[in-house]
Design a protein around this ligand. Structure first.
Ligand SMILES: Cc1ncc(COP(=O)(O)OP(=O)(O)O)c(N)n1
Ligand SMILES: Cc1nc(C(=O)O)sc1CCOP(=O)(O)O
Ligand SMILES: [Mg+2]
Length: 214
C-alpha cells in the first residue's frame, strides 16, 4: 500500500489553468490509472476548501469514489470527523493532531492509521504500537508543498530508523522526486509519498512508473 503514495488537495492543483477541484480529480484519475498504491486527501491551507466543510466533503467523496474504482486505499489527512463520516479507509495524523486513542474511540471499525515521524525519539516511542499501521517519515528534503514543515531529516534518516531495529512500515515524504525514490527504497523505506512530483508532473504515467522502481 505504501509503495507510491500520492497526497493532494485542490490547493496543489492551482498552477494549472481551470478549476482546481476539477484539476485534482483529473490528476487523481491519471495517477490511479498509472498505478499509485494509496491516496491521501489533504485539503489544507489558505488556498484550499478547508474553510468550507460542505465543499470539502463533496470533493472528498468524489476522490473516494475514484479510489474505490481502482481499489486503492483512500486516507484522509487530519480531519477525523470527515474520515469516519465517509468511511475512508484510513486517517493520517501528525504529532500535534488528534491522538490515535481518540480516533480509535470514535471509530466503529479500525481504520488504517498513519503517524508522522520527524525524530528518532518519535520513532522509538511509537515503534511497538500495534494501532499505528505506518510511519510517514520526513521531510526528507526541503518542500514547497507544506508551509510549516518540520526540520529536514535527510535520506540517511531512513537508514538510521532501520539500524535501530524499527520495523514499522515507513513511507518517506518531503521533496521526493523521481530520482531519489529508488535510493530511499534501498535505504529501507517501504514507499514514497509525494505531492508535487505527481501534481506538477507533465507525464504522470512515467512519473508513477519511475517512483515505483526498485
Ligand atoms: C504520509 C504522510 N506523512 C506525513 C504527513 C504530514 O502530516 P502532518 O505532520 O500532520 O502535517 P500535515 O500533512 O497535516 O500538514 C502526511 N500528511 N502524510
Ligand atoms: C504533507 C507533507 N508532510 C511532510 C512531512 O515531512 O511531514 S512534507 C509534506 C509535503 C510533501 O510534498 P512534496 O512531495 O511536494 O514535497
Ligand atoms: Mg496533520
Amino acid at each position: 500500500m505504501l509503495s507510491v503514495y500520492f497526497i493532494a488537495g485542490s490547493q496543489d492543483c492551482r498552477h494549472l489553468p481551470g478549476e482546481p477541484t476539477e484539476n485534482l480529480l483529473t490528476i487523481l484519475q491519471r495517477a490511479l490509472e498509472a498505478g499509485i498504491t494509496c491516496f491521501q486527501f489533504r485539503e489544507k491551507g489558505e488556498q484550499s476548501l478547508a474553510c468550507d466543510p460542505q465543499l470539502k466533503r463533496r470533493l472528498a467523496l468524489k476522490c473516494l469514489q475514484l479510489c474505490r474504482q481502482f481499489q486503492v486505499p483512500f486516507i484522509v489527512n487530519d480531519d477525523v470527523e470527515l474520515a469516519l463520516s465517509i468511511q475512508a479507509d484510513g486517517i493520517h495524523v501528525g504529532q500535534k493532531d488528534t491522538a490515535v486513542e481518540t480516533i480509535l474511540r470514535n471509530a466503529r471499525n479500525k481504520p488504517i492509521i498513519g503517524l508522522s515521524i520527524n525524530t528518532l525519539a518519535q520513532a522509538l516511542a511509537n515503534k511497538d504500537r500495534q494501532d499505528i499501521d505506518y510511519f510517514g517519515v520526513g521531510p526528507i528534503f526541503p518542500t514547497n508543498s507544506k508551509a510549516d514543515h518540520s526540520p529536514v531529516v535527510g535520506m540517511n534518516f531512513i537508514r538510521q530508523i532501520r539500524q535501530l531495529g524499527i520495523d514499522k512500515p515507513c513511507v518517506a515524504i518531503g521533496g521526493i522526486k523521481e530520482e531519489s525514490a529508488a535510493i530511499l527504497r534501498r535505504l529501507g523505506t517501504d514507499g514514497v509519498a509525494v505531492i508535487s512530483a505527481i501534481s506538477h508532473s507533465v507525464n504522470i504515467a512515467n512519473t508513477v512508473k519511475t517512483l515505483a522502481q526498485k
